[in-house]
Design a protein. Structure first.
Length: 106
């Protein structure tokens, strides 16, 4: 019988990356964007705080194909990474549902 090391104790699992113990692959942002993904930046009017960011992010996250959403109230920017381009009217409806106004894309 051979001894097995639980996955949680291996350097890869502990760091969250197989690239290096520090978790860095040497390419800034490479782990944040999936290959073949589309990134769109929208302008949303009315966000003033973290709660606003969360409400907008939650609604947009429910759209099919959305991988991640980052809303920033101070700039009004909402960055969406998705598997394919999103229908702007679907994004508008999601933002409206959250109680804010989609101004357009940047």
């Amino acid at each position: 019988m051979t001894a097995q090391t639980p996955a949680a104790e291996t350097p890869q699992a502990a760091s969250g990356s197989c690239c290096s113990p520090s978790g860095s692959c040497g390419s800034a942002g490479a782990a944040d964007v999936a290959v073949g993904s589309v990134t769109a930046v929208y302008e949303v009017k009315g966000m003033t705080c973290g709660h606003c960011e969360g409400a907008v992010s939650a609604e947009i996250s429910e759209l099919s194909g959305v991988a991640s959403v980052t809303a920033v109230a101070s700039t009004g920017e909402v960055t969406v990474v998705s598997a394919a381009p999103l229908d702007e009217e679907a994004v508008r409806a999601a933002v409206d549902e959250a109680g804010y106004e989609l101004v357009g894309t940047r």
